[in-house]
Design a protein around this ligand. Structure first.
Ligand code: NAD
Length: 354
């Protein structure tokens, strides 16, 4: 295990991306969001992604420094084509479009298509919450067929994340942000590198037996070798039985079909699609009930008695906030394998990881 300060990891990440062909501005931006995911405790969406990003850039699956095209533009609607640019670059531009329309009209719906990996979706809801806006995001990942629908062993969905961000006066926003699979694929990836194991029933084998062995997803691999989801015979399970499976379907239909990204299919180029809805509570709630009512209700929820002694009721977003504070103070731990793969990736673009 190696522990690094966020600032050092950000510099290293940015150097790698710049070495791979991104502009300095994009390299800094993408590395900042990746390290932000590590700080939030979502290592699956942190710097462990860099070797894949570099590989996607090299193979042309993702393209550096894209300026989006706004292909639909009405007072409350937009469709943004990311032209396979880095998700972090595309999403910042797409959120700016949505926030601008929401400021003017109180409401906006923005479809995002052909975005590279959008990373941690809460990043985009946090940008909206900073403006005081509620936002809802349905996301899919075309080309990334990994998740079995409820009752099945066959892959049909992507890990299709869903996210809702609600600004709260005087404190951090409530931030619900999760994959609609039992775990995000990145968590299986991190587990396959010696990181935290995924829950025992997170995956399912072709015979219908649940399990948590990453080989179910990746087939055979060397410890520092490439993980290829095409080699596995199993799937990740969708979360929450029929309800979670239904939400995953809606993420595919709204984030994939309605955005113009396309639903998940094996023969598609990797691209995140996203349907984002932005609402200005100040415009929807002229009586100004929302700010105080949300605060009152959150306190009521947190006052619920824990089922087990010594536990605490947490709100969505609280685990990430606490982890951020802890990791900013004490550094970000990386497994030996993640660190070695990062070093290898750095060397491949002429950077010394130190
Ligand atoms: P997860 O299972 O850790 O769930 C996270 C959510 O649950 C957060 O809102 C968190 O605040 C909340 N939470 C966690 N513990 C809690 C507790 N004890 N009490 C109350 N709330 C609690 O997340 P995940 O499904 O592994 O997803 C991780 C990340 O992966 C997300 O940021 C998601 O956006 C991202 N993701 C991205 C893609 C993509 O294609 N870009 C695909 C899948 C997932």
């Amino acid at each position: 295990m190696k522990t690094l300060q966020a600032s050092r990891l950000e510099r290293l990440g940015a150097d790698i991306l710049a070495g791979a062909g991104c502009s300095r501005a994009e390299a800094d931006r993408v590395a900042g969001y990746l390290v932000g995911a590590n700080l939030a405790g979502h290592d699956s969406h942190g710097v462990a992604r860099l070797p894949r990003y570099v590989q996607m850039l090299g193979s042309g699956v993702m393209v550096a420094d894209q300026v989006v095209d706004v292909v639909v533009d009405t007072p409350v609607l937009a469709v943004v084509d990311g032209k396979f640019g880095f998700g972090q670059t595309v999403a910042e531009q797409a959120v700016a479009v949505g926030v601008g329309k929401c400021r003017d009209a109180g409401l906006a719906a923005v479809g995002v298509r052909n975005a590279g990996h959008l990373g941690r979706i809460a990043d985009w809801a946090e940008l909206a919450a900073r403006e005081g806006f509620v936002s809802i995001h349905f996301v899919n990942a075309a080309g990334s067929v990994l998740v079995a629908p409820f009752g099945s062993v066959d892959r049909r969905f992507s890990t299709a994340p869903y996210c809702v961000g609600v600004p709260v006066a005087g404190r951090e926003p409530v931030m619900l942000d999760f994959a609609t699979s039992v775990v995000a694929e990145g968590k299986v990836f991190v587990a396959s590198q010696g990181g935290k194991p995924v829950p025992e029933d997170a995956l399912i084998g072709p015979d219908g037996t649940p399990g948590n062995d990453p080989h179910l997803l990746y087939g055979d691999y060397e410890s520092t070798g490439r993980r290829d989801v095409r080699n596995g015979s199993g799937a990740i399970r969708s979360f929450g039985d029929h309800k979670g499976s239904g939400l995953a379907l809606m993420c595919e239909v709204l984030g994939g079909a309605l955005s113009g990204n396309g639903c998940t299919a094996p023969d598609r180029r990797f691209a995140n699609g996203m349907l984002s809805i932005y609402i200005d509570p100040a415009r929807l709630d002229p009586d100004d009930m929302f700010p105080a009512e949300v605060k009152r209700y959150l306190a009521f929820v947190k006052s619920a008695r824990p089922a087990a002694e010594g536990q605490e009721i947490l709100l969505p977003g609280e685990p990430e906030k606490r982890m951020r504070e802890e990791r900013l103070a004490n550094g970000i731990p990386l497994s030996d394998e993640t660190w070695s793969l990062l070093g290898e990736c750095a060397r491949s673009v002429g950077v010394n990881a130190g």
